[in-house]
Write a protein that binds this ligand. Structure first.
Ligand code: FAD
Length: 397
C-alpha cells in the first residue's frame, strides 16, 4: 500500500467504483487508491422492488472486493478529514495519504435521528413503520405491505433532496397495486405526504403521475413534512412547511423517506459549499476552488436529481478531465445534467423519466416514455441490474 496515489478516490460506492474502473481501463492508467470502509456494495435502485417483495434484499448485495478494479488499491478505512492545500486526506485510522488528483464520491447522509420517535420503531416487525432507504430496513417494507389488512397507509417525502427523487412515490404505487390485487383496496386509504410543493422534479412527467394518483384514489398532501412518530398511539406528526401548523395523522402503515444531507465529514471540510455539498462546476465536475479535485454522485453540489443513472454520465466526464489534466491537454469534457428516474407505477408498469439541467425530457426510446409500459419495467427489473454489475461497475458503460 502506498501513501501517495496519482488519483485517490474517496468512497467506493456507485460513483467511486465506476470512476476507478474507467481510469484503470485507460491507456497508461494512473495509480488509483479507493478509500472505502464497507465490505459490501449495494445496488440501491433494486430496493424499490425489494420493498415490494419482487426480489430478496440479498439480490442487491455484493462483496466490495469483487468490484475493486485490477491494479487499484482498496484502502479499507474511512476519510476523517481533508487537507486540500497539501493535497492530502487523513483517515480515521490516522494514516495520511497524498494525491495528484482527488475524486470525492462519498454519497449522501441519511439523517434518521432528525425525526424523533422514528428510530425506536423503524423496521420493527408488526409496527408497519418501514423504509426502503437502507439495506437493514428495506425488508420491513415488504413485511408491512404484505401484512396490511386495511386502514391508512402513509408515504412520506422530506423537504431535503433525496437520492432518487422518484423513489418515495414508486413504493407507494407498488403498495397501492398490491392492496388492489389482494382485494383490500376498498378498505385502504393511501396518502402521499410530500413536504415539497411539487409532485415530481421534471414537469413533463407530472401530468401523467397526477392523473395516475387521481385514477387510483391516492390522496396527495403537499408541504406536509413528517416531523415526529408517536408509535404508542400510531400517530405521525406533520408540519406544514409554510405555516408551521402541526397535524396529527393516525397511520396503520408508514413508509418513511428520511431527511438526507451532506456527510458530516464534508460539512466540516473546506471542500463543501454553504450547505456542505462538494462545491463543483456543474459541467466540468471540477472543484470551484481546488483545481485537482473532482466530485460526482450524491455528495456533489450538481443541481440534478441524485441517481446512479446520472453517475453513469458524470463518471466519463470526470475521467476524461482528469486524464486530460495528466496529459497536459485542455480538459473539455462537459456533463449536461442528465439523470433518469424509472418511476415504477405498479407490478409490471413503469414510466421512464429522463431529463437534464434544462428539465426538458431527453428520452432514449422512440416512444412516449410518460406512458406506463411493461417493457420499461422489464428494463428496470432485469436489464439495468445486469448492466450495472457487468457493465457500469466494470468501466464498460
Ligand atoms: P453511494 O453508492 O452511496 O456510495 C458512497 C460510498 O461512500 C459508500 O460505499 C460508503 O460506504 C462510502 N463512504 C461513506 N462515508 C465514507 C467515508 N468517511 N470515507 C470513505 N468512504 C465513505 N438511482 C437510479 O439511477 N435509478 C433508480 O431507480 C434508483 N432508485 C433508488 C431507490 C432507492 C430506494 C435508493 C436508496 C436509491 C436509488 N437510486 C436510484 C439512487 C442511487 O442508488 C444513488 O444515487 C447512487 O448509488 C449514489 O452513488 P454514490 O456513489 O454517490 O453514493
Amino acid at each position: 500500500m502506498s501513501d501517495h496515489y496519482e488519483v485517490l478516490i474517496c468512497g467506493g460506492g456507485t460513483a467511486g467504483l465506476t470512476v476507478a474502473a474507467q481510469l484503470r481501463l485507460a491507456d497508461n492508467p494512473p495509480t488509483v487508491g479507493i478509500i472505502e470502509p464497507s465490505d459490501k456494495h449495494y445496488y440501491q435502485p433494486l430496493w424499490t422492488l425489494v420493498g415490494a417483495g419482487v426480489f430478496p434484499k440479498e439480490e442487491s448485495e455484493r462483496n466490495e472486493a469483487d468490484f475493486i478494479p485490477e491494479g487499484a488499491d482498496w484502502i479499507r478505512d474511512a476519510v476523517a478529514s481533508f487537507d486540500p492545500e497539501k493535497c492530502a486526506v487523513v483517515l480515521r485510522g490516522g494514516r495520511r495519504i497524498t494525491y495528484d488528483h482527488l475524486v470525492v464520491a462519498l454519497g449522501i447522509q441519511i439523517n434518521w435521528n432528525a425525526i424523533p420517535g422514528l428510530k425506536d420503531v423503524l423496521g420493527r416487525p408488526g409496527t408497519g413503520v418501514c423504509s426502503n432507504y437502507a439495506f437493514e430496513t428495506v425488508g420491513s417494507t415488504w413485511e408491512a405491505i404484505r401484512n396490511f389488512r386495511g386502514g391508512r397507509a402513509i408515504f412520506t417525502e422530506p423537504t431535503t433532496g433525496v437520492k432518487c427523487g422518484g423513489a418515495p412515490q414508486k413504493i407507494m404505487y407498488l403498495a397501492e397495486d398490491h392492496f388492489r390485487r389482494s382485494g383490500i383496496r376498498d378498505k385502504c386509504e393511501v396518502m402521499f405526504c410530500n413536504a415539497k410543493g411539487v409532485h415530481f422534479s421534471c414537469p413533463h412527467y407530472t401530468p401523467a403521475l397526477l392523473d395516475l394518483c387521481d385514477r387510483r384514489g391516492i390522496e396527495i398532501r403537499y408541504k406536509t413534512d413528517l416531523v415526529e412518530v408517536r408509535h404508542a398511539s400510531k400517530e405521525a406528526v406533520f408540519r406544514n412547511v409554510d405555516t408551521n401548523e402541526e397535524t396529527l395523522l393516525k397511520y396503520d402503515m408508514l413508509h418513511v423517506t428520511p431527511p438526507m444531507g451532506p456527510l458530516d465529514v464534508l460539512k466540516q471540510s473546506p471542500l463543501g459549499n454553504e450547505a456542505g455539498w462538494v462545491d463543483v462546476d456543474k459541467h466540468s465536475l471540477r472543484h470551484t476552488r481546488y483545481d485537482n479535485i473532482f466530485a460526482l454522485g450524491d455528495c456533489s453540489s450538481l443541481p440534478t436529481s441524485k441517481t446512479g443513472a446520472a453517475i453513469r454520465k458524470q463518471a466519463p466526464t470526470t475521467v476524461a478531465n482528469i486524464l486530460a489534466d495528466r496529459a497536459k491537454r485542455p480538459a473539455t469534457a462537459s456533463y449536461d445534467g442528465y439523470t433518469s428516474c424509472p418511476v415504477v407505477t405498479g407490478y409490471g408498469r413503469l414510466i421512464l423519466a429522463e431529463f437534464d439541467y434544462t428539465k426538458e425530457p431527453c428520452e432514449s426510446f422512440p416512444f412516449d416514455q410518460s406512458k406506463e409500459r411493461y417493457s420499461m419495467y422489464a428494463l428496470k427489473a432485469y436489464g439495468l441490474p445486469r448492466m450495472y454489475w457487468h457493465g457500469m461497475l466494470k468501466g464498460r458503460l
